[in-house]
Design a protein around this ligand. Sequence first.
Ligand SMILES: Cc1cc2nc3c(=O)[nH]c(=O)nc-3n(C[C@H](O)[C@H](O)[C@H](O)COP(=O)(O)O)c2cc1C
Length: 354
Amino acid sequence: MKTDFFGTQLQSPVIIGSGPLSYSADGMIRLHQAGAGAVVTKTITRYAADNPYRHMVQCDTNTLINCEKWSDYPMEQWLDTEIPKAVQAGVKCIASVGHTVQDSSLCVEKLEELGCTAIELVSYRDETVLPMLEDTKKRVKIPVIVKLSPNSSDLMGHARRCEEAGANAFTACDSMGPTLKIDIETGHPVLGGADGYGWLSGAMIRPFTLQKICELRKQTRLPIIGLGGVAKWQDAIEMIMAGANYIGICSAVILKGSEFIGKLDKQIDTYLAEHGYHSLEEISGVVQKFLPGKDEKKPYQMGYDLEKCNHCGRCIKVCPYHARTFGPDKTMVIDEKECRKCGLCVSICGGLSV
Ligand SMILES: Cc1cc2nc3c(=O)[nH]c(=O)nc-3n(C[C@H](O)[C@H](O)[C@H](O)COP(=O)(O)O)c2cc1C
């Protein structure tokens, strides 16, 4: 689905977040050819990183922990070779630039000249973002996006200060952490690096990202690239409903392959058509209308659809109050005195409906 991004036409609202897939022009071209609307480069700084130790591991389904540093190409290589090649191939490049004003001041003008669609500023510390932002805004006219960290102690305050300083959009959010995974055969941390710690990304962080996007939408007015936890099309719709305008994705494409990008785009289109919407904008932030929440005092109404029930008994197993049992004829019996209307059974079964 074609999408506008500050006057630039993207072939899709799906934007690939900075990471190992966009390590070079060739990587970015692959993502573009697979249908990505735009691709954020691996983070460019003055110094090329080296990542010699183990720095990526799967941790539960569709979730990763990594301690990969920024780009292992020097800044000059991005400016002389990678960006020109990617732009020439039609990639809408968003240049991820970190982590201090000493880095960004060296490259942002050149990145604009080379045809980058936008600059995304990122840092490990909120305090270093504002000087980068203020300096970059003086140097370039293309949109400047600030990538927010979910680990910030004052994420909303930081976001408001960035908005005041002229940021054009947010990417919300970066990976979460630090986190740890242990090899239980040896007791060693699975990842290498200084302390064996890493950053969590993918499905596990989605609920956290959604809350941050929802709050950003409430407290700021900038467009949001919702990044952090999209692993299937339904997650992308949730991101948009929370308040995002574009769908960011990184880990799921690493784990599922670049074919996932085109599939995601098509599935989003199908969802919109089936629900009578014409654009993502129509559903962006819809949850805001229903906040701060439904009337808390109204008891949750649950139904039971005998037609759909296959008597698997999962709802009985998960009920923490032991309020569900099968009657002699295998019909569901709910002990109304014990049922606290928590709703857990409904969330695990399609046969129980509201
Ligand atoms: C292996 C790996 C390397 C990453 N490297 C960078 C990076 O260099 N710069 C950056 O801003 N974000 C980096 N990220 C974070 C992603 O851009 C993204 O914010 C995060 O993975 C959450 O999105 P996801 O749940 O869709 O993966 C990296 C993520 C992974 C998994």
